[in-house]
Design a protein around this ligand. Structure first.
Ligand code: G3P
Ligand code: CA
Length: 257
């Protein structure tokens, strides 16, 4: 089972921060890191899960209504004794992860790691976000290490149009819904099976594995299973493996590696 850090090491450190990513990138054996991107009012790519800043900072309102300068004045809530953090730009995160992404060679024992960039385009469409992220990834020279995911099929199609060799992650709550969207992408847009992975909620592996044999299935533990609190209690991942899951996104990957 391949282990990914969900929003970085986000159980112990604040999610989607440079600290959570730095902790994750140094875990031996980690397959990759997952993060979420949104766009500011002035079109900057920033790494934050929610469309609003309310939950993770002292601010109020939508990311899309803040300029990058305004957003950078906010402080991310951190734990006792932890340094104050700002919402990172995607470029800052790429700069941090670059050596690890560059050294990803596709092998099982690669020294490098991958990066799963989730485009948060389902609630707010963010025109131009696909072009911007693909351009940044290209500029950094790490296309081979990236998986782009989204709940919005239109975003995945756009990424494919810009970069036909990009690996896509089809997000949905249940595996059956991921499979439905994936087959649609393969048939209507002539995408190759090897370039699309299924990213279902881990609690809803609702098809027998024979239905999706040979496909990459990266489960995230939405709803009742996730986050896997309390800390230091390990989940049994074997039953997911038996159900056909190949990879998992975990908030506390350090506990499993
Ligand atoms: O990419 C898997 C997972 O991150 C999707 O859900 O809400 O944590 O972004 P969410
Ligand atoms: Ca996500």
């Amino acid at each position: 089972m391949k282990i990914w850090a969900h929003r970085g090491c986000s159980q112990i450190y604040p999610e989607n921060t440079l600290t959570s990513f730095e902790k994750a990138m140094n875990i031996p054996g980690l397959a990759g890191i997952e993060l979420d991107i949104q766009l500011t009012k002035d079109g900057e790519l920033v790494v934050i899960h929610d469309e609003r800043v309310n939950r993770t900072t002292e601010g109020y309102g939508f990311v899309k209504d803040y300029s990058l300068n305004e957003l950078r004045k906010l402080h991310i809530f951190t734990g006792i004794g932890q340094e104050s953090e700002k919402i990172p730009t995607m470029r800052e995160v790429m700069d941090l992860l670059l050596p690890k992404l560059k050294s990803y060679d596709g092998g099982e024992d690669s020294e490098g790691i991958r990066l799963n960039i989730e485009l948060k385009t389902s609630s707010i469409r963010y025109p131009g976000i696909e072009e911007k992220i693909c351009e940044l990834v290209k500029e950094m020279g790490v296309e081979h290490a990236i998986v782009y995911s989204s709940f919005l099929i239109e975003s995945l199609v756009k990424i494919h149009d810009i970069c036909p060799t990009a690996e896509l992650g089809v997000l949905d709550d249940a595996l059956s819904n991921c499979l439905y969207k994936t087959i649609l992408l393969e048939q209507m847009w002539n995408m190759q099976p090897g370039t699309i992975a299924l990213h279902p909620g881990g609690g809803k592996i609702d098809f027998p594995k024979e239905f999706f044999a040979g496909r990459t299935v990266r489960a995230w533990f939405g709803g009742h299973l996730y986050p896997e609190a309390p800390t230091n209690v390990k989940m049994d991942l074997e039953r997911f493996e038996l159900a056909g899951v190949t990879d998992v996104f975990l908030n506390e990957p350090e506990k499993y590696l």
